[in-house]
Ligand binder design. Structure first.
Ligand code: CP
Ligand code: NVA
Length: 335
C-alpha cells in the first residue's frame, strides 16, 4: 500500500513507522536530485501559507523551512522569539486555533515537547517540531539521509553518540536508530544516559526492527568499530550558563578527538547537528574556552575540519528533508 502522510503532524519519530521514515528519505533524495538538476517544484503547493514559530534561535532549521517552503511554491511567515504573543499574552491553545485559520502548516521551535503537542492538539493543520528540549525530529531525517548517502544504506550501521545523551539529540538519535534497525550506543557518563522510560520504549522498537541499544561509559569500548561518531554541544539553548562547569567536568573525556575517530570503523564519519564549539571563533566558544582553558569543546577542530567530517552535507540535507516532510504532510504529490 502506498504511504500517505497527508494531514499528519511531525512531532517526534516515535509517531512514525520505519516504512514511513523510509518514504520520507526517498522523497527527500528525489527532491534533492531535482534541485541539483535545476528542476523546479514551485507548482507543488501553490497558494499555501506556512507559519514558522521560533521561541529559540536558529540558522539551519529556519533557513531550511524558508527555502523549502519557497521551493514548494509556498509563502512563509516567520515569528521570531520576541515577535509574537505566544505564551506571554496568549495560550498555546488559542494561538493554535488562530494560526490554523490562516496557515496550512505550522512549525514550532521552543522548550517543552508538551508545548508543541498542545499546539498540535488544537491546530487543524499539520504541526512540525523544529526542536524542543526533548526531541529534534527534522534533524533526524537529515542525519539518516546523510548516513544513507555515505554508506549506501542504513543496514548494520553502528552509531555512537558522545556527550549529553539525555537531551534532544541523544533522545532523538536513539529513537531513530531503534526505529530503523541500527546499532545505537550512548557513550557518556551514566548520569547523562537517556531516561529509563524512553530507553524501554526504544527497546520495544528495537525488538521489532533488529536494532541494538548500548549504554557505555568507557570511550574506547563505546566508539570501537562505530561507523558514525556523533556529538552535540554540551550546553543546549535555554540552559543557564552556570551548567558549563558541571558539563565540562563530566563530558571533557567524551570530546571527539582523532583518537576516537581512529578507534572507530575504518570507514567512519563524524556528524554534528551544529552549531559547534570546535574553535574559539564564536562569542560563546571564546568566552567558555578562555574561562576553562580549552581551545575546543565537544569536538577538536582537527576532527571537525578532517575528511571524516560530513557536517556540511548533513546541514544541507536539513533543507531537502524538511522539504520532503512538508510536501508529504501537506499532500503535495498526491492526486
Ligand atoms: N541543527 C540545528 O537545528 O541548527 P539551528 O539551531 O541553526 O537550526
Ligand atoms: N542540543 C542542542 C541542539 C541544537 C541543534 C540545543 O538544543 O541547543
Amino acid at each position: 500500500m502506498a504511504v500517505s502522510l497527508k494531514g499528519r503532524d511531525f512531532l517526534t519519530l516515535k509517531d512514525y513507522s520505519k516504512e514511513e521514515i523510509e518514504y520520507l528519505l526517498d522523497l527527500a533524495a528525489d527532491l534533492k536530485a531535482k534541485k541539483k538538476q535545476g528542476v523546479l517544484t514551485k507548482d507543488a503547493l501553490p497558494g499555501k501559507n506556512i507559519a514558522l514559530i521560533f521561541e529559540k534561535t536558529s540558522t539551519r532549521t529556519r533557513c531550511s523551512f524558508e527555502v523549502a517552503g519557497h521551493d514548494l511554491g509556498m509563502e512563509v511567515t516567520y515569528l521570531d522569539p520576541a515577535g509574537s504573543q505566544i505564551g506571554k499574552k496568549e495560550s498555546i491553545a488559542d494561538t493554535a486555533r488562530v494560526l490554523s485559520r490562516m496557515f496550512d502548516g505550522i512549525e514550532y521551535r521552543g522548550y517543552g515537547q508538551n508545548i508543541v503537542e498542545e499546539l498540535a492538539k488544537y491546530s487543524d493543520v499539520p504541526v512540525w517540531n523544529g526542536l524542543t528540549n526533548e526531541y529534534h525530529p527534522t534533524q533526524m531525517l537529515a542525519d539518516l539521509l546523510t548516513i544513507r548517502e555515505q554508506f549506501g544504506s542504513l543496514d548494520n550501521i553502528k552509531l555512537t553518540y558522545m556527550g549529553d545523551a539525555r537531551y534532544n539529540m541523544g533522545n532523538s538519535l536513539m529513537i531513530a536508530c531503534a526505529k530503523m534497525g541500527m546499532h545505537f550506543t550512548a557513550c557518556a557518563p551514566r548520569a547523562y544516559f537517556p531516561n529509563k522510560k524512553l530507553i524501554e520504549q526504544c527497546q520495544e522498537y528495537a525488538a521489532e526492527s533488529g536494532a541494538t541499544l548500548t549504554f557505555e561509559e568507557d570511550v574506547k569500548k563505546g566508539t570501537e568499530g562505530a561507523n558514525v561518531i556523533y556529538t552535540d554541544i554540551w550546553v543546549s539553548m535555554g540552559e543557564p550558563d552556570e551548567v558549563w562547569q558541571e558539563r565540562i567536568d563530566a563530558l571533557r573525556p567524551y570530546c571527539v578527538t582523532m583518537d576516537v575517530m581512529k578507534n572507530a570503523a575504518e570507514n567512519a564519519i563524524f556528524l554534528h547537528c551544529l552549531p559547534s564549539y570546535h574553535d574559539r571563533n564564536t562569542t560563546i566558544g571564546k568566552a567558555v574556552g578562555e574561562k576553562f582553558g580549552l581551545m575546543e569543546l565537544e569536538v577538536t577542530n582537527e576532527v571537525f575540519e578532517s575528511s571524516y567530517s560530513k557536517v556540511f552535507d548533513e546541514a544541507e540535507n536539513r533543507m531537502h528533508t524538511i522539504k520532503a516532510m512538508m510536501a508529504a504532510t501537506l499532500g503535495a504529490f498526491e492526486k
